[in-house]
Every structure is written in C-alpha cells, then in structure tokens.
Ligand binder design. Structure first.
Ligand code: ADP
Length: 316
C-alpha cells in the first residue's frame, strides 16, 4: 500500500527565550532547534512510521535549507525523486517560545507555493501507482486540483486537510473522497456540531447540519471533524454519523495531533479496517502525538500504536 503526498515541507526553527521579544529588541535565546516540518511532510512522516509506503512531490528552493531537507529525506528512506527544485526559498518558519510554552511565529512557504499542475502531470505515473493521494492547504490549488482529478479518474481515494484554511475550490471538493478538518476549519466551512460534549454524545448532536449535507452532496464521501480532546465525528454520504471519543492522555503539546490523526486514518483504511476501527487508530495516533513536544519525534510507530490501542479502553 502506498500514499502519494502532494506535499509541503518547511524547516521549522525555534528559539527558547525567557520572554517573547518586543519590536526592535534583540534577546539571547537558551536553545535553538531546527527540524523538518510542514503539514505535507508531517503527514508523509507519520504515515511512514505506521509502516505505509510513501511517495509524493515536495518543492524546495536553491538555498542552504534545501540540503537540510534532502538529507532528512535520505535519513528517512524517502526517495530523492520526491524532491523538485523551484523558484523561491525553501519553506521555513521561525518561532520564539517562552517558558510557559507561549509562542509567536511566522512561516514562509516559499518554494512550496511554486508547485504547479504541470509538476503533477510529470509525476502522474507515480501518483497513479498509489492507493491514496493526500494534500493540505500548504500547497496551492492548481497542483491539488490536478492530482485529485487524476486520482479520482482512476478511482484512487483522495484525502484533503484544508489547513491553513482557505475556501475549498468546487473542483477540488468534487474530487475529494475524504475531508478532514479541525474545529477551526469546520467553523470556517460553516459546520457546527451542536451539543457535542464529553463524556456522552447525544444522537441529535450527530445529525448532519445543512452545511455538512452540502459537503456530502458536493462529492465528499467522508467528512471528519476533529475536536481535540473531545475526539472526532465522522459524517458519511452512505451510513450514519460516528463519534470517536479521544483517548485520555496527559497531553503536553498538541502540535501535530491533526497530522497524526489523518495518518492513522489513512493507515487504518488502507489496511482494510472498517471505519470505526480506523477512527480509533486515528484518535490513538493523535493522542500519542500529544505526549511529546513538537511533531517530528512524536509520531507513533506501528508498534507503539498497537500497544497503546491494546492497553487503552478510554477511546472506545
Ligand atoms: P489539529 O491538530 O489539526 O487542530 P485536533 O486538535 O482536533 O487537530 O486533534 C486531532 C485529534 O487528535 C483529535 O480528534 C483527537 O483524537 C486527538 N487529540 C488532540 N488533542 C488531544 C488531547 N488533548 N487528548 C487526547 N487526544 C487528543
């Protein structure tokens, strides 16, 4: 089984400071960390940790950071053929983090934004050898549109995580099999899930609202709304809604939880699990990722996921 990620990749830099700097101020930081990230890359990494094959297209610039990305890909066993070099700087982000974990940051997607529909067409033979094509909104519309149209024309499942949010083009929506959104993105799409609260969920709470019905009518087979520690809700074009409670964990940092959830869902569905089991794996991946700081090291392996799901009853 193989996933093709229409990717984004950035070098995420963070500096620990005693307090966030003021305009014009220069502070000394105590720790500097640079690690590969980006929503597309995180998804590829999280899926591969779960034992699923990964291919894709990721765009870097002609600068110092492009070699950081290529050596990371080599270390992870990702093919160098997944990388293309385009105009602009390699995607990069800079963050300041204070002792309370409060941060301020800016990300420049740079060369990620230079990916085109032509790029996708030149990767078509590889894309069409995959079982699922995934994309996030750190990639422009044109390559997603092309990739999803190619995939759906061959009956290949597509998954979109529209983050960071922008309105979803109708042509992309029409070719999206699985749409995974968090609470912020759901609100931007006009989706509300009234009455959803822990520990119990009433049936009315899971009734699709008109906004949900519209998305399902526009071509989406499966809409999943992730709600942090309140779990996730799945709405289907065929079949009743499903609620997946979150696993009870002592979360320290929720960065990457959404990417891990999507990866767990993909791995579960590609392994042929029924939706309720794939959702449980996805929720476990999300929960496990909250147990460590950052995202790069915190995505679970197939082994740690199996052990966690076997030992925990809280996500039933
Ligand atoms: P995002 O990171 O995209 O904002 P969420 O915060 O909704 O996404 O998290 C995705 C999933 O990860 C949730 O549906 C849930 O299953 C799991 N998760 C997130 N935060 C927690 C938490 N504090 N405790 C347990 N599970 C969590």
């Amino acid at each position: 089984m193989k996933v093709f990620v229409v990717g984004s990749v950035v070098v995420a830099c963070s500096v620990k400071v005693t307090r966030l700097p003021l305009a014009g101020e220069s502070l000394s930081g105590s720790t500097f960390l640079a690690e590969p990230g980006g929503k597309g890359f995180n998804l590829a990494l999280a899926v591969s940790r779960l034992g699923v094959g990964v291919d894709g297209i990721f765009s870097v610039g002609k600068d110092l950071f492009s070699s950081v990305i290529s050596s990371t890909f080599a270390q992870l066993g990702f093919s160098s053929e997944m990388l293309v070099c385009r105009e602009g700087s390699t995607g990069a982000g800079v963050a300041f983090v204070d002792p309370a974990g409060e941060n301020c940051l800016a990300v420049c997607l740079g060369a990620n934004l230079a990916l085109t529909a032509d790029d996708i067409r030149s990767f078509a033979p590889r894309l069409l050898r995959s079982n699922l094509v995934a994309a996030t909104f750190e990639t422009p519309d044109a390559p997603i549109d092309e990739a999803f149209a190619l995939a759906r024309a061959r009956g290949i499942t597509t998954l979109l995580n529209p983050s960071p949010f922008r309105p979803i083009a109708p042509s992309i929506l029409a070719n999206t099999s699985i749409l995974v959104v968090n609470a912020v993105e759901a609100a931007a799409l006009g989706i509300s899930i009234p009455g959803l609260s822990m520990p119990g969920v009433s049936d009315e709470a899971l009734q699709p609202t008109p906004a949900i019905d519209r998305l399902l009518a526009d071509g989406v087979d499966l809409l999943i709304v992730t709600l942090g520690h309140r779990g996730a809700v799945a709405f289907r074009s065929h079949g009743p809604p499903l609620h997946q409670p979150a696993f009870e964990v002592a979360a320290v940092d929720t960065v990457g939880a959404g990417d891990a959830f999507a990866a767990g869902l993909i791995a579960g569905l590609l392994a042929g699990k029924p939706l309720n089991e794939a959702l449980r794996s996805a929720a476990a991946c999300g929960a496990l990722t909250t147990l460590q700081f950052g995202a790069f090291k915190s995505f679970p392996t197939e082994l740690s996921l199996t052990a966690f799901v076997g030992q925990n009853t809280s996500g039933q």
